[in-house]
Design a protein around this ligand. Sequence first.
Ligand code: ZN
Length: 111
Amino acid sequence: MGMGAWVCFECRIAVRRNTQYRGQVPCPECGKRCAYLGYKIPVPPKSKPRLWQQLQVQLARERAEAHQQAVLNNTRLRHELEREIARIERLPTNPGRRSLLRQLQNRLSYL
Ligand SMILES: [Zn+2]
């Protein structure tokens, strides 16, 4: 809750909105889409282009790491499901096995 900042790195402008806001925030200067900065990171002064550049690099790195982590989590989950499917396929047939296998394969197909 509270106010968060969206920034345009080219114009070095911050736009503040409620953090619940989910739409796109256009830069009031150039009209391009602002990047969400959050509410914890302080916005650098407009007169400090180097700080803005560092912030942009830092933000890009954090996004890349978060993405990488999401890919890793997805891969791990996929392997767990594949292992579970293989384990169940080795079990003797019983009434619940087919539907359980179908459920797991269905979940796998959404990864
Ligand atoms: Zn702009």
